[in-house]
Design a protein around this ligand. Structure first.
Ligand code: B12
Ligand code: SF4
Length: 496
């Protein structure tokens, strides 16, 4: 059972009138593709840890991660019965939007007096979807400060109104508020997430590196750390430029280093949008970590152009323990890269790949498929991946996030009733040129072939038997989830 803990944030001058109990919930996804992904990687509910850290002292907070529940609805009902929460907070990505609404309805039935608040990516980009009676408040954007104000108002017995970034529902829902993106707070105002609210050993990640230690696990317990927000680039399929106004905003380096030093795990997955785009900050953070003598392993997201401009940053970070870097390769041709304003070329990707590997950093190469791909286009991608040096590959389908110009442009062609339900970046949202079933078959085959490029497979280093079984099982489930993803569509769209 997840521990309950007292809120830890210092009070901001207003004494709580009533001690509240707060339950924060991470939903369990419905799609088999996401379950398959989670067999390789299931990371901390860090967004809930952030919110919990903002709850003023004197209130009680618990985190319920339903990803581990066989029956999420009864797990939620049980927890509500045990805790009788005054506030229930739910987070969710777009593909979880319907699940969040269902959970909110169950929560409402189980705790009719509780305030039900939703936040997370779907709330930020499609708040109108949450305008239902089971939900009281919708928080858009960074939730720490608004959540704290919601808790304080509720403790005073006042309605949580007029808080920036917070929308009421029903008659209080204000569509005009959606015209502007929520502003990001000063990064230094954010707290250190409460990681004591979950068991860190549950959160593991298939760890990629160029030279692994014999018999070390492939799935170490991993913590997430956010060292910055946002990205300066403007790729047209990505929501980050809107959410962060095109700015990259680092947290104070010493604060991040302190947080890393106190982590319960040796492995750190950075959940920044782009970790190294500000080379000065990247070096400052490296310095702050090195000065404290912190020894951890790191995985971070970056761009080819960042690597090529600042190879020295990656050499320094390699010495600190950077094992792997996520690079958005996206497409195998310059024409496709230009179309999404990626700001890099095929040659940039290849150079960055070589530079990282020669520094000893393994590459996670992320590709996207366009729904319009023909058999020849799939063959081009196959050839490209086959010729590439070793890399852990991921392949998604380009499905721009709601809120982007690309999403608006494709909206009239969306071929399913509730696109949010399939918005896991693996389900094509517009018609595929090939019959959908064939598209899925080629997609699964491409993933299988790309899997053979994984440095971990190439190393052939001995791993624990339990890991071998886990990898074999996860790979089988992964393949079949992708081959069969057409089944998530109405039968008439499957094609022959
Ligand atoms: C790290 C990351 C991952 C990690 C792990 C995330 C995790 N915890 O499991 C991995 C690599 C596994 C991953 C996977 C996926 N991801 Co991802 N990921 C990110 C990334 C880069 C950072 C997310 C993060 O952890 N941020 C740090 C936390 C602290 O911030 P936060 O989540 O925004 O939470 C704050 C606010 O949103 C708000 N808030 C959140 N919840 C709540 C709840 C309440 C009640 C309140 C009041 C406020 C609130 O306050 C929080 C506190 O700071 C984002 C990009 C981005 N800019 O956020 C994409 C992003 C979230 N991912 C996205 C997607 C699509 C996916 C995948 C579906 C992609 C795929 N096919 O692989 C999968 C799905 C995973 C899943 N389990 O469902 C999209 C979501 C789009 C959408 N509209 O939903 C994003 C925005 C990327 C993008 N550019 O489009 N992801
Ligand atoms: S895809 Fe990556 S590089 Fe492009 S805008 Fe989004 S975060 Fe930045």
């Amino acid at each position: 059972m997840t521990p309950i803990a007292n809120g830890s944030a210092p009070e901001s001058g207003v004494r709580p009138r009533r001690a509240l109990t707060i339950l924060l919930v991470k939903p369990k996804a419905r799609l088999a593709t996401i379950h398959a992904l989670q067999r390789f990687q299931v990371l901390e509910p860090i967004e809930l840890g952030y919110l919990a850290a903002m709850v003023p002292a004197g209130h009680q907070v618990a985190v319920l991660d339903l990803r581990f529940s066989r029956n999420p609805v009864s797990a939620l009902q049980r927890r509500i019965r045990d805790l009788a929460p005054d506030i229930i907070g739910l987070t969710g990505y777009s593909h979880e939007g319907s699940i969040v609404k269902e959970l909110a309805a169950h929560a409402r039935a189980a705790a009719p007096k509780a305030l039900i608040v939703v936040g997370g990516h779907h709330a930020s980009v499609a708040a109108e979807d949450y305008n239902i009676p089971a939900i009281d408040l919708i928080v858009r954007g960074e939730g720490c400060l608004p959540f704290r104000e919601i808790v304080e108002a509720t403790a005073r017995g006042e309605p949580a109104e007029g808080i920036e970034g917070v929308l009421g529902t029903g008659e209080r829902f204000d569509p005009a508020a959606l015209l502007a993106w929520p502003r990001f707070p000063d990064a230094s105002e954010l707290p250190i997430p409460r990681r004591d609210l979950w068991d860190h050993r549950l959160y593991t990640c298939a760890w990629v590196c160029e030279q692994g230690t014999p018999w070390a696990t492939n799935f170490p317990a991993t913590s997430m750390v956010r060292s910055s927000f946002g990205c300066r680039m403007k790729c047209t399929f990505c929501i980050v430029p809107q959410l962060c106004g095109g700015q990259h905003r680092p947290r104070p380096a010493d604060q991040v280093a302190e947080e890393i030093g106190a982590l319960p795990t040796d492995h750190v997955y950075f959940c920044d949008d782009e970790n190294f785009i500000d080379a000065d900050f990247a070096m400052e953070l490296a310095e702050a970590i090195a000065r404290r003598g912190i020894k951890k392993r790191y995985f971070a997201w970056t761009r080819a152009t960042t690597v090529n401009r600042h190879p020295e940053v990656f050499k320094t970070w390699r010495q600190l323990g950077l094992d792997g870097a996520f690079l958005g390769f996206e497409f195998p041709t310059d024409e496709q890269l230009r179309r999404v304003k990626k700001g890099s070329t095929v040659a940039d990707n290849a150079n960055a790949h070589t530079a990282l590997r020669s520094a000893g950093v393994a590459v996670h190469a992320a590709f996207m498929l366009m729904p319009e791909l023909s058999r020849e286009d799939f063959a081009t991608l196959r050839g490209y991946v086959q010729a590439m040096p070793p890399a852990q590959c991921s392949i998604t389908v380009c499905t721009p996030s709601p809120g982007t110009e690309d999403y608006k442009a494709m909206q009239s062609r969306i071929w399913v009733k509730n696109p949010h339900d399939l918005h896991d970046c693996m389900h094509p949202l517009t018609p595929t040129k090939l019959p959908l079933k064939e598209f899925c078959g080629l997609y699964a085959r491409q993933l299988a072939e790309a899997g053979a490029k994984n440095p971990l497979r190439i190393q052939r280093r001995p791993i624990p038997i339990s890991d071998m079984i886990r990898v074999a099982h996860a790979t089988y489930r992964f393949q079949s989830a992708y081959r069969n993803l057409y089944r998530d569509y109405p039968r008439e769209l499957w094609g022959t």
